[in-house]
Ligand binder design. Structure first.
Ligand SMILES: Nc1ncnc2c1ncn2[C@@H]1O[C@H](COP(=O)(O)OP(=O)(O)OP(=O)(O)O)[C@@H](O)[C@H]1O
Ligand SMILES: [Mg+2]
Length: 263
């Protein structure tokens, strides 16, 4: 048991053939905080998310989530414990409505058995109505309330990212993992995203954020973890990390978007 931390990752390693995509990574996340994970392309950020959420299994190490080591848990079990994520590449059902896309996310967590769904028993119908109400609330939260009946395909790119966020929120997570939510957004949309991240945090949801947009990372995060070639090279406040020579070296030759800027 390790009850002192909300999320604590210990010596986590994931090998792909000879490559250690995640290499002996340890860190923790405080409940109610916003933590960013940064690092050059291929540093292992998305792989780390895949390990946390249970779609990939580590070769070694532990992941303590609210005192439970969740290594070996299936993705749906981890979702039930209260972890959800958005994808680096948008993954929506384009020919379903915006509302339906959010409801699909929620169905991952309904308690009705499959047979009840098939028979349309009252419990299922009650849940269905609740799911719809919750989905609409989440759409309103991200500013897509008026788009609920549109096909997901017809949304702008920025709106599709918001829809992914609404869907991740639909599972009522305690911890949400956002994989490059600002990618492809314009300056105005990134500002809106920042406010939305604060709103999510203020709802009591802990936020873990993978992001290349340093302007956003520097302003929104309580703490930053830096990965390079699968390993942790720095961890601390945004300012500490920004001024760390190892971080500066890792980013040498990389075009960094607004690193440390006020924006
Ligand atoms: N399923 C896989 N099979 C083999 N190698 C993989 C797999 N997934 C990722 N990798 C490799 O693991 C390393 C880490 O990839 P990962 O996608 O986690 O990086 P990242 O930090 O998310 O990068 P980016 O910023 O470009 O999204 C890369 O070298 C990548 O090629
Ligand atoms: Mg990635």
């Amino acid at each position: 048991m390790n009850e002192t931390h909300f999320l604590k990752v210990e010596n986590l390693t994931k090998l792909f053939g000879g490559l250690a995509a995640v290499n002996d990574v340890s860190f923790s996340v405080d409940k109610g905080s916003i933590k960013a994970i940064i690092g050059p392309n291929g540093a292992g950020k998305t792989t780390l998310f895949d390990l946390l959420i249970g779609v990939q299994q580590p070769n070694s190490g532990s992941i303590w989530f609210e005192g439970k080591n969740i290594v070996g848990y299936k993705a749906h079990q981890i979702a039930d414990l209260g972890m959800s994520r958005t994808f680096q590449t948008i993954q929506l059902f384009g020919n379903m409505t915006v509302l339906e896309n959010v409801m699909v996310g929620r169905h991952a967590r309904t308690t009705s058995e499959f047979t009840q769904v098939g028979l349309r028993l009252p419990k299922f119908l009650r849940e269905e109505r609740k799911i719809k109400e919750e989905a609409l609330k989440n759409l309103e939260l991200v500013g897509l309330g008026l788009q609920a009946d549109k096909l997901a395909d017809t949304l702008s790119f920025g709106q599709q990212r918001l829809l992914e966020l609404a869907r991740a929120l639909a599972t009522s997570p305690k911890l949400i993992l956002l994989d490059e939510p600002a990618a492809g957004l314009n300056t105005y949309e990134i500002e809106e995203l920042r406010n939305l991240i604060y709103k999510i945090r203020d709802m009591g949801i802990t936020v873990l954020l993978v992001e290349h947009n340093m302007g956003l990372v520097m302003r929104v995060s309580d703490e930053v973890l830096v990965l390079d070639y699968g390993q942790v090279i720095a961890e601390g406040s945004p300012e500490q990390v920004r001024d760390d020579p190892k971080v500066i070296e890792a980013y040498l030759g990389v075009e960094v978007n607004d690193f440390g800027g006020e924006g």
